[in-house]
Design a protein around this ligand. Structure first.
Ligand SMILES: [Zn+2]
Length: 262
């Protein structure tokens, strides 16, 4: 087994709000990866005393522990448990019903000698590669399918779209959101490698159109996770100068790539 993990803040002066972990049990053929992308709140009240990195560290830590230590518990149940544990850590001090309470996108994959399980919530991506080199993306595309007009202002997103029926869902303080995640189980024999990426890294495909998901996976396998993040940064710099993509709010975003060869 080979793993590679790169996580880089969009701005070196600001804390990285992504979280990534790989858990490899000491025996057997099992393991797991967890990747979170903390949602940066717009300026203003969040109802919470804590930072986004505080939240992602707790949620990601709890999710890693539950995923690895309870191999028979489905991933959605592990996510619900991790959300509850994290909410309990600041329920007394913070207003967890606030629409801008800390929240994150989630990717989890867990492999055993028989299966590869996956869970995706919101706009991070999981890619798998089969033994014949077929790449399959696993995505929660609710956000991408929403009409642009519904995402026009932060107030509209708060009121109607984020964690609302018909909108898109993130892991915040409500454990029932785990049932909204995209989940599935693949035979282990159909997966030889996998990669999880936050949207700061999937810009390579989704914003800059350097290639499709298959090209992206192949780039990571051949050139490495670091090379993908470096390429995105170079594209972002060129883009900032040309001002081609005016709709993007941040020049750089936190970018995480976890690559695993089983
Ligand atoms: Zn808090």
């Amino acid at each position: 087994m080979r793993t590679e993990l790169v996580s880089e803040p969009g701005d070196p002066a600001r804390p990285n709000e992504d979280f990534a972990s790989v858990g490899l049990p000491a025996s057997g053929q099992g393991g797991a990866l967890v990747v979170l992308d903390g949602v940066t709140p717009p300026r203003g009240e969040t109802g919470c005393l804590h930072s986004v990195p505080w939240f992602t560290a707790r949620l990601g830590g709890a999710l890693t522990e539950l995923t690895v230590s309870l191999p028979d518990v489905p991933l959605a149940e592990a996510l619900a448990g991790a959300i509850t544990r994290t909410a309990d850590a600041h329920r007394e001090t913070c207003d967890l019903s606030h629409p801008r309470t800390p929240q994150a996108t989630v990717v989890v994959a867990r492999w055993s000698s028989e299966t590869v399980e996956y869970l995706i919530l919101s706009d991070s991506a999981l890619l798998t590669e089969s033994p014949n080199r077929t790449i399959t993306p696993y995505l929660d595309d609710r956000l991408a399918r929403l009409p642009r007009a519904s995402l026009a202002t932060d107030a509209m997103i708060d009121a109607h779209v984020r964690n609302k029926e018909g909108g898109f869902f993130t892991a915040a303080a409500d454990p029932t959101v785990a049932s909204r995640a995209v989940t599935g189980v693949l035979p282990r024999g159909e997966v030889r490698a996998l990669a999880a990426l936050t949207d700061g890294a999937t810009r390579w495909v989704e914003k800059f159109r350097e290639g499709d998901w298959s090209d992206c996976f192949t780039f990571v396998r051949k050139e490495g996770a670091r090379a993908l993040v470096d390429r995105v940064r170079a594209l972002e710099l060129a883009d900032a100068e040309e001002r081609t993509y005016l709709r993007r709010s941040k020049t750089h975003d936190d970018a995480t790539v976890v690559y695993v060869e089983l």
